[in-house]
Structures are given as C-alpha cells and as structure tokens.
Design a protein around this ligand. Structure first.
Ligand code: NDP
Length: 371
C-alpha cells in the first residue's frame, strides 16, 4: 500500500519541509536527502518574457535540476533586464527572427514557449527543427490540426514536447487521483468543473481572436476540460455545449465569453462544466463517486489549492507549482521519468480535440461524438 511519504517521494517533493512530520522525523528526512545536488540539470531558455514567463523564471530560481540559461524576446529592454537579473550571457539571448540559431548553442537544452496561443505552433516547430526539446504553454495550439503538426514535428526531430500542465504535479490533485485509481472512492459518476474570472483590459491579446484562438475556453475553460479527464480518469466520448454572450463589444466574433459544456464518458460517468471570462469565484472541481466524493476549491490557481474528500481535509503542504513542474519536467526530459498524469504533446492534443468538439457543439447545437 502507498504511504503518504512514498507518494511525496514519487512526485519529487521529498526535499520540502513536511509539516505533518515531527521535528525529529523532519531532521531524519532532511539528512537522508542529498543536500548537494549533482544530478543532471535541464538548461532552459524562456521564449516570451511576459506575465507568466516571469512567474516561471522566478520559480526556477528554487529548482535544483532546472536552470534558466537563455531568453528569446521581441523586446530588447526586457532582454537587458533579464540578463542582469538572471545572469544570462549575451550569447544566450535571441529574438523571434534569429532564434533558429539556438541549434548551435550548447548552453540550452530546452525552450519554454510562453507566448500568445496562436504563436505556439510556428514557434514550437522552429524550436524542434533547431533540435531542442520544447515545453509549450497551454493551450498547446489553437486547434487539434495545429497540435498534431506540432506533435509530428517534434517526433520527426526526435525532441520531447511537453505542455505546461502544472496541476499534474500538484500534491492534493495527485492525492485525489491516487484515491480514485486505488478504488477508495468507488466508481466515478460525476465531475463538475467551474473555471472562470472577469477579464480586464479589453485591448489585451486574450480578447483578440487572432492571437488567442478563441476566448475563455482556450485560456481558462481548458482547466475544466483537462480536470474532467484526470479526475474521472477516462476520455470523453461525447460533448454538448451552449454559449452565452452578454457583451458582444468586449467579446467579439470568435472570442467566447461563457460556455457551459457537458461530457459523457464510456463508463457512463458524466461531467458538467462552465468556462467564462465574465464571472469571478469560479475555480472549483467536484468529483462524485459511488463510495465518496472529492472537492477542490480553489482547484487550479497558483494555490494554496484547498481540497477535501468524504474522509476529510487534504493536508499536503503548498508547493510553488512552477518550481515542482520544472523539476519534474527536467526528470522527464533528461532521465525519461514517467509522470503520474502525462504532460506530453499527445496530452495537449487530447484537450485540443475536445476544445474543437466544444466549439462544434456550440456552432451546431448538436451532440458531438469523439473518437
Ligand atoms: P503576456 O501577455 O503576459 O506575455 C506574453 C509575452 O509573449 C509578451 O510579453 C511578449 O514577450 C511575447 N509576445 C510575442 N509576440 C506577442 C504578441 N504578438 N502579442 C503579445 N505578446 C507577444 O501573456 P501570459 O504570459 O499571461 O501568457 C502567455 C502564455 O502562457 C499563454 O499561452 C497563456 O495561456 C499561458 N499561461 C499559462 C499559465 C499557467 O498557469 N500555466 C498562466 C498564465 C498564462 P516579449 O516582449 O518578451 O516578446
């Protein structure tokens, strides 16, 4: 049977202080860890030095097996700032025109693409052609056709393609998945996912269909799609969806404001979800099963994630999601580690196929069957 400590070690969290151990247990725990890390280090260049790129860079400061060694940006002043802040040499700095030259840079193993959604496809394919591994932010692309091209290009170039699904390494999320997998909840029956917030500045790229590839569904609704899959533990076989638009000026053609959508799974389980750019306080997952239930609220923000089941509160310590993600992705890329929940290009593609089906269901008003 897995213990709590086995579980934390499996997900690479053994080096953090664990509050539910006694002081002497904690000291034993710490002395059993090698304080001087001398394993492999993934050297990463970030492409797109915006809001999320900054969060990832800050979180990587605390990684032992991943290090920021380069940048790719269209803004020279940001490059200068990042060079000073993260000690990045001139030879590891690129812009969007010249980054193919990263091919000849031995200081960079992988590029983390953190730019607007519709740019991911071309950028990821160029990185693959330059022979570097790629981590790409969610949504991996703006539709499944593009996602497939990215998966194919990375396969052809023999590089790894990972997607920034940070929740796949979050301890409370993983504990619910463990309970479900080990049958502690019984047969899963129903998932509810609520994902939304009120978006601000109407001029931002997230409200520009060309750059965002859609609206709330691409940005935040994807968490409920991905969450439905890892909480239920199956792939949906059908989708229905309905759109509501209260502000067609802010949410122009091609930018969805609010979509409610439903999934059916092969086992008979069902899901009911909401994706919106026009309501706050929506970051909640609920899983109902034959012998129990699990709730997370908040379920996907930067945390602390709060979770409880019919057995009580989940007391795992808060971790910085992006630090754990980068440690785990280093192990996946450099050591072939298999994550508990996949984060590869195929996983990104599964969500894109479902997003395509949600949009088709909105457009046609019909139930869309998934292969
Ligand atoms: P920002 O707007 O804050 O940053 C995007 C950066 O991309 C810009 O600062 C810019 O950097 C670069 N860029 C290149 N071309 C363009 C363009 N035409 N318009 C605007 N920016 C451009 O966005 P975020 O960092 O919030 O989002 C980036 C990606 O990360 C998205 O795919 C988003 O979904 C994802 N994301 C994921 C999160 C997660 O929790 N996993 C959280 C937030 C975002 P530069 O000036 O250096 O070129």
């Amino acid at each position: 049977m897995s213990t709590r400590r086995d579980f934390l070690q499996k997900i690479g969290l053994s080096a953090i202080t664990i509050p539910f151990l006694t002081e002497s247990e904690q000291m034993k725990e710490q002395s059993s860890n090698n304080p001087k890390y001398d394993g492999p280090v993934l050297r990463v260049a970030i492409m797109g030095l915006g809001g999320y790129g900054t969060i990832v860079a800050e979180a990587m400061k605390n990684c032992k097996s991943a290090k920021l060694t380069g940048v790719i940006s269209g803004t020279p002043s940001k490059i200068k700032n990042w060079q000073a802040k993260y000690n990045i040499p001139e030879k590891n700095c690129y812009n969007y025109e010249n980054f193919d030259a990263v091919k000849n840079n031995p200081d960079i193993d992988a590029i983390y693409v953190i730019t607007p959604n519709s740019l991911h496809k071309e950028q990821v394919i160029r990185v693959a052609k330059a022979g570097k591994h790629v981590i790409c932010e969610k949504p991996m692309a703006i539709n499944a056709k593009e996602g497939q091209e990215m998966v194919d290009a990375c396969k052809k170039a023999n590089v790894k393609l990972l997607v920034g699904y940070r929740m796949h390494f979050e301890p409370k999320t993983l504990e619910i998945i463990r309970m479900r997998k080990e049958g502690e909840l019984g047969k899963t029956l129903f998932f509810q996912g609520l994902s939304g917030f009120v978006i601000g500045d109407p001029t931002q790229w997230r409200l520009n269909a060309k750059l965002a590839g859609g609206g709330a569904m691409m940005d935040i609704g994807i968490y409920s799609i991905n969450g439905a899959r890892y909480m239920i533990g199956e792939e949906p076989s059908w989708v229905t969806a309905q759109e509501t638009k209260t502000d067609p000026v802010k949410f122009k053609e091609g930018v969805d404001e609010t979509i409610q959508f439903q999934f059916g799974f092969p086992s008979g389980a069902v899901a009911s979800c909401l994706s919106t750019y026009n309501m706050n306080n929506l970051d909640r997952f609920f899983l109902d099963a034959e012998n129990g239930w699990a709730e997370m609220w908040p379920s996907t923000n930067y945390g602390p994630i709060m979770g409880r089941t019919n057995k009580g509160e989940l007391n795992y310590p808060h971790v910085t999601h992006q630090t754990v993600q980068m440690e785990e992705m280093s192990a996946i890329i450099l050591q072939g580690k298999k994550p508990i929940v996949p984060v590869d290009g195929e996983e990104g593609l599964r969500d894109l196929k479902i997003i395509d089906a949600v949009y088709e269901a909105v457009r046609t008003g019909k139930k869309v069957m998934l292969k």
